[in-house]
Design a protein around this ligand. Structure first.
Ligand code: PHE
Length: 337
């Protein structure tokens, strides 16, 4: 009998382990521990045993019965847990699609600008974001304590190292690399200024610097370049004007304005009722800067400009807050995908 009981127990435990749902579990209970179950039958059969064997056999059957009952309760709990899990996770729901990524609006606008200047033979020249005071200021004709430095509130990394406040230090780098060849490059990149962040100004933004150095380059070339770029980027009917300005590294210096694309020059909120929008600072490369780059100012002339990226993008896409560019909000970014 003992051997039969042992086999019964191991068979019962094995089949219990395979059970995954409540119905099968109840059937299992009935077949072993129910009123007509195998264990119950065995207990009933005790009466047929000789009286002296009954207590020992009874004890053995009871122990098996207890073990099976506790295994049953354990499995019951496991099945309930699984049940709860499958109720909260509906495995029949379709998955959440992961869409393809897209280019950031700034990247798209930068690429449009590259394409426009590529048509005029400008190649891309990149310079580092972390610059020296020497390149960002000194070699651009701003010695230490020059008051014009106040035009660029600066993030300093150390006494002599800073985050470039404009892409103009790339002019010196390009000149030193290209000398003695003529130059026609654009220098795109991030600039940083220690400024209050508002809807109109960020402390990080993109600029595209332009630099052309040659033997007969004049202000007219700068003007033609600016007009062509404005018309390519904002429409063939654009008007461009130059306003006298000041930068230590250009002489003469100008601000480049384009007629407002929203009101067509009539005057609106965006152009502050002037009809004009500023798109770049520019000018003829200052002789001191040419010299610092290695070019003899009696032989060479050149023009340079610094074009904003986010502001024109805002105009084109009717974006009212520059901070959207750096918020990483996918709902904003996807609109331009
Ligand atoms: N670097 C100037 C600025 O950021 C713009 C500029 C570039 C002006 C090149 C003249 C020539 O304000």
């Amino acid at each position: 009998m003992e051997e039969g009981l042992h086999n019964l127990e191991s068979e019962a435990l094995t089949s219990l382990g395979d059970i995954r749902e409540r119905k099968a579990l109840e059937a299992w209970y009935r077949s072993y521990l129910g009123k007509k179950g195998a264990i119950t039958e065995m207990l009933r059969g005790l009466g047929r045993l000789p009286a002296e064997e009954r207590p020992r056999a009874g004890q053995t059957i009871h122990r098996v019965k207890e073990r099976l009952e506790s295994a049953y309760r354990g499995r019951q709990k496991e099945i309930e847990d699984i049940g709860q899990l499958s109720e909260s996770v509906d495995i029949t729901l379709p998955g959440r699609p992961i869409g393809p990524g897209c280019l950031h609006l700034s990247t798209k606008v930068l690429r449009e600008i590259y394409a426009v200047f590529a048509q005029m033979g400008f190649q891309i020249y990149e310079a580092p974001d972390v610059e020296t005071d020497e390149l960002n200021f000194e070699l651009l004709n701003m010695p230490p304590y020059h008051p014009a430095r106040d035009m660029w509130d600066t993030f300093w990394v150390s006494d002599k190292v800073l985050l470039r406040t404009h892409t103009s230090p790339g002019q010196i780098r390009a000149m030193r690399e290209f000398y003695p060849e003529p130059i026609r490059v654009i220098l795109p990149g991030k600039c940083y200024r220690y400024e209050q962040i508002t809807a109109r100004s960020e402390h990080q933004f993109f600029q595209v610097e332009g630099l052309a150095i040659g033997h007969n380059i004049t202000l007219t070339d700068l003007k033609g370049t600016m007009i062509f770029a404005a018309r390519q980027l904002f429409g063939a009917e654009r008007k461009v004007r130059f306003r006298g300005s000041y930068f230590p590294f250009t002489e003469p210096s100008v601000e480049v304005d384009m007629d407002c694309i929203l009101c067509e020059g009539q005057g609106c909120r965006v152009c502050k009722h002037s009809g004009w929008l500023e798109i770049a600072g520019a000018g003829m490369v200052h002789p001191v800067v040419l010299e610092n780059g290695g070019y003899d100012p009696s032989q060479w002339t050149g023009f340079a400009f610094g074009l904003g990226v986010e502001r024109p993008a805002m105009l084109k896409h009717n974006i009212d807050d520059i901070r959207h560019f750096y918020r990483n909000d996918l709902r904003f970014l996807r609109q331009f995908g």
